[in-house]
Design a binder for this molecule. Structure first.
Ligand code: B4P
Length: 184
């Protein structure tokens, strides 16, 4: 049973690595960013509310995120394990996740922090060129990350649940480091 949380700045490779590892472990890759982008594309009520925050590089308000994650973790395919990518993104989301997991009697193995310097992130995301990948929005996402998400590093380190991985190496080398964590 594998249950992991992927933490890291935007563009650190959370989505890239979570997708590969989830496939290897035959468990779902649960990306709040992907769920939100799909809602935006389908112009659902959630998508219409989330879009302007995402376009500006702001976090989407917790009120829109928490039920979405609760529902997703309750689905049948998530019972044998999961990789959470992009959630939690602030301390209140982390506390919500603690309460939710206690309620559904699940726990996780550890929190993986992918470490990548800012200048590498900016270059990667400019190259990817998604709608929210222009330099101004990327810099704003990095400052939102520093203010709201990076406190989670200490939050999980204090509980001895944090494992840091160097994300500034080729994709297959990051994957190998992650596989070591799953199958030590
Ligand atoms: P996300 O979708 O979560 O973030 P991301 O920027 O895509 O980061 P990720 O780390 O997954 O990058 P990737 O692997 O694709 O969030 C987008 C937005 O959604 C947020 O700004 C926010 O508005 C909203 N949101 C999401 N979750 C939320 C939450 N919980 N609460 C509130 N709001 C939320 O990698 C990036 C690029 O690097 C790719 O092009 C990839 O090919 C490349 N790459 C990856 N690994 C590499 C490597 N090792 N070497 C070279 N290139 C690499």
């Amino acid at each position: 049973m594998v249950r992991l949380i992927f933490l890291g700045p935007p563009g650190a490779g959370k989505g890239t690595q979570a997708q590969l590892l989830a496939k290897n472990c035959s468990i779902p890759h649960i990306s709040t960013g992907d769920i939100l982008r799909s809602a935006v594309n389908q112009q659902t009520e959630l998508g219409m509310k989330a879009q302007s925050y995402m376009d500006q590089g702001e976090l989407v308000p917790d009120a829109l995120i928490l039920d979405m994650v609760g529902d997703r973790l309750g689905q049948d395919d998530a019972q044998p394990g999961w990789i959470l990518d992009g959630f939690p993104r602030n301390v209140s989301q982390a506390k919500f996740l603690d309460d939710l997991l206690e309620k559904i009697e699940q726990s996780y193995d550890c929190v993986v922090n992918l470490d990548v310097p800012d200048e590498i992130i900016i270059a990667r995301l400019l190259e990817r060129g998604r709608k929210d990948d222009n330099e101004e929005v990327i810099r704003h996402r990095l400052s939102v990350y520093r203010e709201q998400t990076s406190p989670l590093i200490d939050f999980y380190r204090d509980r001895q649940q944090l494992v840091s991985v160097n994300g500034n190496q080729p994709v297959d080398e990051v994957s190998s480091a992650l596989e070591q964590i799953v199958q030590p």
